[in-house]
Design a protein around this ligand. Structure first.
Ligand SMILES: *[C@@H]1O[C@H](CO)[C@@H](O)[C@H](O)[C@H]1NC(C)=O
Length: 224
């Protein structure tokens, strides 16, 4: 019981906002228990951009990013079908697939996605290069308290994880905006030049880690 209390206290302490500049999350094993939960006070989004960087060698399905609201578990999800080299993007429980993006294993990639509820069009940007623009969902906003999870796919609000969809690897620089970034802003994010920090989530977000997720220094190039 005392141990449980200690664990609960440790978890609560870990929820304080932390500046993650120069840091990354390492997800070192396949599991249905290891993940990061991010929080935002926002309760409505009609337009958004999400950007993050990933490094993995997974050749099975996996989910770096999933956003659920109480009624819509796939309100915004980035899902990778590694075997067929496709990304499946989900908005408001709808899905659309993007084929043949150049997502190599064992390489850092910058992945951004934009969506707006007026046109309903979603686009993926991999390492600053655009995908086709595809219709996914229009006329309704993402509304309600959002649970944002890195490393697992939510099949219920805040849970329902499947180890076979978990992310294994490293992830950094997770940002989310309530507008669509321009192609030039996405380019600057990709090149690690100056860009506006996410106004829904930035890399100083409040987050909690669960299970075996490590916060480590990003492994940059040696400056000789
Ligand atoms: C979605 O949000 C926008 C901006 O807050 C608002 O103008 C619009 O009416 C909302 N749409 C719906 C369907 O609620």
């Amino acid at each position: 019981m005392a141990l449980l209390l200690l664990l609960v206290m440790l978890t609560v302490c870990a929820a304080l906002p932390q500046d993650m500049s120069g840091k990354m999350f390492t997800f070192p094993e396949e599991s249905d228990t290891d993940y990061v939960r991010l929080t935002t006070s926002r309760q409505s989004l009609s337009t958004l951009t999400v950007c993050l960087r990933t490094f993995t060698d997974l050749n099975r399905d996996h989910t770096p990013f999933s956003l659920a609201t109480p009624g819509v578990f796939n309100d915004f999800v980035i899902y990778r079908y590694a075997e067929s080299n496709e990304f499946s993007m989900n908005v408001r429980d709808k899905a659309v697939r993007f084929r043949e993006l150049d997502y190599k294993p064992n390489t850092w990639h910058s992945l951004c996605s934009t969506w707006d509820s007026v046109s309903g069009v979603l686009q993926v940007w991999l390492d600053g290069k655009p995908s086709s623009r595809k219709y996914i969902s229009s006329g309704s906003n993402i509304t309600g308290p959002m649970i944002i999870v890195l490393g697992q796919e939510q099949d219920s609000y805040g849970g329902g994880f499947d180890a076979k969809q978990s992310f294994v690897g490293m992830m950094s620089d997770v940002h989310m905006w309530d507008y669509t970034l321009s192609p030039c802003q996405i380019q600057r994010y990709t090149n690690r030049e100056s860009f506006p920090s996410g106004n829904v989530l930035d890399w100083k977000a409040s987050f909690q880690t669960f299970g075996r997720v490590l916060i480590e220094d990003q492994q940059g190039d040696c400056l000789l």
